[in-house]
Design a protein around this ligand. Structure first.
Ligand SMILES: Cc1cc2nc3c(=O)[nH]c(=O)nc-3n(C[C@H](O)[C@H](O)[C@H](O)COP(=O)(O)OP(=O)(O)OC[C@H]3O[C@@H](n4cnc5c(N)ncnc54)[C@H](O)[C@@H]3O)c2cc1C
Length: 273
C-alpha cells in the first residue's frame, strides 16, 4: 500500500442504537424489538469520533464515518459531520439485515477495503444493544490490521507510522504500540466528545455528505453477509429470576422504631452493641 501523504485517513465505526432503557426483546422472534424505542449514537462511538477529530486537528487528514444499518441512521450520523468529520458512508441494504458479529465485521471490513488507504480504524468498546465487543477485533482480523482494544488514550506518530494506546490495568496501566494501519477500540467516557457546531449544520445536512452503499455497490460475497453469513442463532431466551426482597414495616414512636431496628440488626449482625 502506498501513502502519498503524512495526513492520516481515519475511519470511525459508528453504530446507532436504541436507547437502552426503551428497548425490549421480542419473545417470539427472540430479536431486539427496536420499534418504539428512540435512538442515539452508541455513546463510546462519540469518544472514538472525538479521538479521530483530535488526531485530525493535529495532523490534518480526513475522518470518514462508517456505519451499517437502516436508512433512518442517516440524520444521527450527520451529527458526526457537524462535529468535524468529513464524510459518512452508510451500508444499508435488506441483505445486510440480521447480521451477527461475524457478518457485521465482514461487511464493515469490505467497506474499509473500499476506503483504503486507511491509517486507523476507531471503534467504541462495545455497543449498548449487542454489547459483544467483538466488532473491533473481528474487523482487525478480516483486514489483517494490528489492533489495540479498550484504550483510554491514543497517540499517533505519523513519521514512524505507529499508534500507541494506553490501557488501564488493575494497579496501573500499559502502553501498547502497533504499526499502522490499525484498529483501536476506545473505552466509554475516556474523553469529552465535542459538541456539534451549529454553523456546520447546513453543510452537514447537504445530501452529498452521505454515501449509501448497498450490497451490489460493494465487493461482498452474498454468503458472508446478513442472515446468510450469520452462524449465531438465539435458541432460547429466559428472564433472569429477580430475588425477592424481604420487607418488615416497623411501627411506634421514633425511639421504639430505633430499638426494634437495633434488635433486628443484632440478629443479622451479632457485633452491633
Ligand atoms: C446472538 C446474537 C443475536 C443477535 N440478534 C440480533 C437480532 O436479532 N437483531 C439485531 O438487530 N441485532 C442482533 N444482534 C446484534 C448484531 O449482531 C450486532 O448489532 C452487530 O453484530 C454488532 O455487534 P455488537 O452490537 O455486539 O457490537 P460491539 O462489538 O459491541 O460494538 C463495538 C463497536 O463496533 C462498532 N460497530 C458495531 N456495530 C456496528 C455497525 N453496525 N456499524 C458501525 N459500527 C459498528 C462500533 O464502533 C461499536 O462501538 C445479535 C447479536 C448476537 C451476538
Amino acid at each position: 500500500m502506498t501513502y502519498a501523504t503524512n495526513e492520516p485517513h481515519l475511519v470511525v465505526c459508528v453504530k446507532v442504537v436504541p436507547k437502552p432503557e426503551e428497548v425490549r426483546v421480542d419473545p417470539q422472534s427472540r430479536r431486539l424489538d427496536r420499534a418504539g424505542a428512540r435512538s442515539e449514537i452508541n455513546p463510546p462511538d462519540l469518544n472514538a469520533v472525538e479521538f479521530a477529530l483530535q488526531i485530525k486537528d493535529r495532523f490534518g487528514g480526513k475522518v470518514s464515518i462508517l456505519s451499517m444499518g437502516p436508512p433512518f441512521f442517516e440524520p444521527y450520523l450527520r451529527i458526526c459531520l457537524a462535529m468535524g468529520a468529513d464524510h459518512v458512508y452508510l451500508l444499508s441494504d435488506r441483505l445486510f439485515g440480521g447480521a451477527d458479529t461475524l457478518a457485521t465485521t465482514y461487511t464493515l471490513a469490505q467497506a474499509v477495503r473500499r476506503l483504503e488507504p486507511v491509517d486507523l480504524v476507531l471503534c467504541g468498546e462495545e455497543s449498548s444493544d449487542g454489547a459483544t465487543g467483538q466488532v473491533p477485533p473481528g474487523l482487525a482480523e478480516w483486514l489483517g490490521y494490528q489492533q489495540i482494544t479498550l484504550v483510554n488514550d491514543i497517540e499517533m506518530d505519523m513519521s514512524r507510522r505507529t499508534v500507541r494506546g494506553r490501557r488501564e490495568r488493575q494497579g496501573g496501566y500499559e502502553i501498547l504500540e502497533v504499526p499502522l494501519p490499525a484498529v483501536i477500540s476506545v473505552k466509554t467516557g475516556c474523553n469529552e466528545p465535542r459538541f456539534w457546531d451549529y454553523r456546520l449544520k447546513p453543510w452537514a445536512f447537504a445530501p452529498e455528505r452521505v454515501t449509501v452503499w448497498s450490497a451490489s455497490d460493494m465487493d461482498v460475497d452474498p454468503e458472508f453477509i446478513g442472515l446468510a453469513g450469520s452462524p449465531t442463532q438465539v435458541v432460547g431466551l429466559e428472564q433472569a429470576p429477580s430475588r425477592e426482597r424481604k420487607r418488615i414495616m416497623l411501627s411506634g414512636s421514633p425511639q421504639e422504631v430505633a430499638q426494634q431496628l437495633a434488635a433486628r440488626l443484632r440478629e443479622v449482625l451479632p457485633l452491633v452493641p
